[in-house]
Design a protein around this ligand. Structure first.
Ligand SMILES: *Cc1c(COP(=O)(O)O)cnc(C)c1O
Length: 454
């Protein structure tokens, strides 16, 4: 009997030709974005100064299950997709577990993460509309790099507001973005009104995604042929990332497998939302019942300790309100190394699925055990994982060890959303045991909840 290969690569012909829109199959749809003043749902016209038209149409589309991937985007995808589905034989052996562990590896492109899959689409739609300049924010740097790469490819200018803490921790990220032609500004900056205001209120802040988003949005609406792109949270981003799940499902079908458990780290929810989409479709249709687990950092415990409410997506309160699990848009998480998970809110789609109990479980983990899992994985499987992805590894190991106890050979699928080559300061802190994690107290969270608009 031929065993399943360590790395299963689909061919170019297997790339999906359409994105899968999970909202079409949700009985309760995620709530619409609303205007903070009027509280009315926002339509295409109101969103048009910020986002590109096609992206807005996708954002508002709760009905069409499949949306074509434009041919030029598919052509770009072929440079780094399909991404491999890997069987973690060595990790299974190290854990001595009967579980079968699979992971979908999204780190095989220069951005080092899954983010390029949405960046490529968003930049293409901007280009097609005649937009010449884009702005965005980046936390850990993966999204900024992904947009910089896509802008270089499709020929657009780009300004990236990079969270100050990451800017200091990961200087090489800036050089990569600049290599692809982007302008990189540490946030909060003196270049925007919001940035100056946040610096006044919090002079020592290391910044946050919430602040950087405010700055990028302010800059985009002040330019005439400029739009803003966002790398997570919103519906259209999850739509693009469904490619991860569609490929994973096809690859698993080829080897006669189906996951009992699907795990992903959750910052704004895009990699988990993408990976689980076609499996969640099966669950929503009553065909299968995989168990879904979201993993977040204890320093930014959005699903596990947040409130399910309408809130701003940014600290400066310039964005629309989204109904989601939130820690409050004024919550500034401590400088956890998993920069991509330091966002106060969660995708409205994932929030809805979690509130409805079909996204089964969320756990929050402190960073030292996360790095322990990262190192165990790296030693066994050879890939150096991103700290964000290591949250998913932690949960996969935990589930595999449960299988060892119970003797059940479950099939586990997790998202290895990226690589950690720019996170070596964090790995160094883990090695020399100076790593600390700040878990917010209930009082800190209450103070932040109190500032959520009523
Ligand atoms: C951005 C990022 C994340 C978190 O974002 P999601 O939208 O929750 O996926 C996770 N892993 C990596 C490698 C990232 O770059």
């Amino acid at each position: 009997m031929s065993k399943v290969p360590h790395r299963l690569y689909l061919s170019e012909q297997d790339l999906p030709g359409q994105y899968y829109n999970i909202r079409a199959d949700m009985k309760t749809k995620p709530a619409p974005l609303i205007h903070p003043g009027t509280r009315e749902p926002l339509g295409e016209e109101e969103l048009a100064p910020i986002f590109c038209r096609e992206v807005i149409r996708q954002e508002l589309n709760n009905d069409d299950p499949y949306i074509d991937i434009p041919e030029p985007v598919q052509e770009y995808y072929r440079t780094f997709r399909p991404s491999p589905l890997c069987r973690a034989y060595h990790l299974e052996r190290a854990l001595d577990t009967p579980a079968k562990i699979y992971y979908k590896f999204e780190g095989n492109n220069t951005s080092g993460s899954h983010k390029l899959t949405s960046a490529a689409a968003q930049v293409y739609y901007a280009k097609q509309q005649g937009v010449t300049e884009l702005t965005t924010e980046t936390g850990a740097g993966q999204w900024g790099t992904a947009v910089a790469m896509s802008c270089a490819y499709f020929g657009l200018d780009l300004t990236v507001f990079m969270v100050q803490g990451s800017y200091d921790q990961k200087p090489f990220r800036k050089h990569v973005m600049e290599t692809y032609g982007a302008k990189v500004i540490p946030s909060p900056s003196a270049e925007t009104q919001i940035g100056r205001k946040i610096r006044e209120e919090y002079p020592d802040t290391a910044g946050s995604l919430g602040c950087a988003i405010s700055e990028a949005v302010e800059k985009s609406v002040s330019g005439s042929n400029c739009r803003y792109v966002l790398g997570s949270v919103l519906n259209h981003v999850l739509l693009h990332q469904s490619v991860i799940g569609l490929e994973a499902k096809k690859a698993m079908e080829r080897i006669g497998e189906y996951p009992d458990i699907v795990i992903g780290c959750a910052g704004g929810g895009s990699n988990l939302g993408g990976l689980m989409a076609p499996f969640m479709q099966d669950k929503l249709k009553g065909l299968k019942s995989p168990y879904f687990i979201a993993v977040e950092p204890a320093s930014c415990p959005t699903l596990t300790r947040g409130r399910f409410l309408y809130d701003f997506c940014d600290t400066g309160c310039v964005t629309p309100l989204a109904q989601m699990y939130t820690l409050g848009s004024h919550f500034i998480p401590s400088a956890n190394h998993a920069g991509g998970l330091r966002f106060h809110g969660m995708s409205p789609v994932l929030s809805r699925l979690y509130a409805d109990g079909v996204l089964d479980k969320a756990i929050a983990v402190e960073q030292t055990p996360v790095f322990e899992a990262a190192v165990a994985f790296a030693k066994a499987e050879t890939i150096l994982p991103a700290p964000e992805s290591a949250h998913a590894i932690y949960a996969a190991i935990e589930e595999a060890l449960k299988c060892k106890e119970s003797g059940q050979a479950k099939t586990i699928l997790f998202g290895l959303s990226g690589t950690g080559y720019f996170d070596l300061n964090a790995y160094a802190q883990y090695s020399d045991k100076t790593m600390r994690d700040h878990v917010p107290t209930d009082e800190e969270l209450e103070a932040s909840f109190a500032r959520i608009p009523q």
